[in-house]
Design a binder for this molecule. Structure first.
Ligand code: NAP
Length: 259
């Protein structure tokens, strides 16, 4: 345990894409530290499995709704229902995303649109839907978007995701300014490659790039889901009180190697 037990007691959090990968690590860590957590994504089977494993392995009761972040009415309804069940939303983690490798020359309009829609438009939908609840948060609502260090450069082979994540980062800067008057902090975390995730499996391991990528990371390893979860806790707790519109890169220093 890296933080004082109970550091998030009384807080409520919604994590999009919280059933799998990095999102599930975030859910476990928020829950272990005292927050009541709800998750939302599309696949009901994955949601049920995740909720069972949170209960069995961590003794956490996590509520859930199934919705697509691209569908405004559906995601707004899901967030509304989660807020009712949780008793509010203090922390919104926009983690849901889609991605695939494809050279831009061959990228279909649908492929481009789909990733922009899930990552960027989905983040906008979730932020606006959660706003009434974040405004009411006693110690100031928190929005934490999960971006990627690749958004700070071009992302050859995944220009759709790079553009969407860069858009998310810019959105967080605007929200930090516009919603600061409501006490809301809007920040983003930029992970480097995180071990054991679908993303690393498809985008790095299956492309035969594991060793090359590890060599490009000054700390010499992929990150762990818990590294990202701890950064979310830091921004969610009082430790994040005076931080807004900021990037927290959690990447073992990898992005500096690319300059
Ligand atoms: P993941 O396991 O594939 O998680 C993505 C989650 O988003 C899934 O639970 C998925 O659930 C949900 N999702 C996808 N499309 C959705 C939609 N339209 N509506 C609602 N939910 C949707 O991926 P991950 O690797 O843990 O990545 C999590 C986040 O970290 C992403 O934002 C990713 O860009 C970022 N990131 C990851 C890495 C890495 O190394 N893995 C590095 C940098 C950044 P359903 O399919 O059931 O909807």
């Amino acid at each position: 345990m890296t933080f004082a037990k109970g550091i998030l007691s009384g807080k409520t959090a919604v994590v999009t894409g919280g059933a799998t990968g990095i999102g599930a690590h975030i859910v476990r860590q928020l829950g272990r530290l005292g927050a009541s957590v709800g998750i939302v994504s599309r696949n009901e089977e994955k949601l049920r499995q995740a909720v069972n494993s949170f209960r069995e392995e961590d003794d956490l009761e996590v509520c859930w709704r199934s919705a697509d972040v691209r569908e405004r009415d559906a995601i707004q309804k899901a967030i509304e229902e989660l807020a009712t069940e949780l008793g509010g939303i203090d922390i919104l983690v926009c983690n849901a995303a889609g991605n695939f490798i494809c050279p831009t020359e061959e990228l279909s309009v649908n492929g481009w649109r789909s990733v922009i829609d899930i990552d960027l438009n989905g983040t906008f939908n979730c932020c606006q839907s959660a706003l009434p609840h974040l405004k009411r948060s006693a110690e100031g609502g928190r929005i934490i978007a999960i971006s990627t260090t690749a958004a700070n450069f071009g992302w050859p082979g995944a220009a759709h995701a790079g553009a969407a994540k860069a858009g998310i980062q810019n959105l967080m800067k605007s929200l930090a300014v516009e919603w600061g008057r409501y006490g809301i902090r809007a920040n983003w975390i930029s992970p480097g490659p995180i071990a054991g995730t679908e993303g690393v499996d498809r985008l790095i391991l299956q492309q035969g790039m594991a060793e090359q990528v590890k060599k490009s990371i000054p700390l010499g390893r992929f990150g762990e889901g818990e590294d990202i979860a701890n950064a979310v806790v830091f921004l969610s707790a009082q430790t994040g009180n005076y931080i807004t519109g900021a990037e927290l890169a959690v990447d073992g220093g990898g992005q500096w190697q690319r300059r």
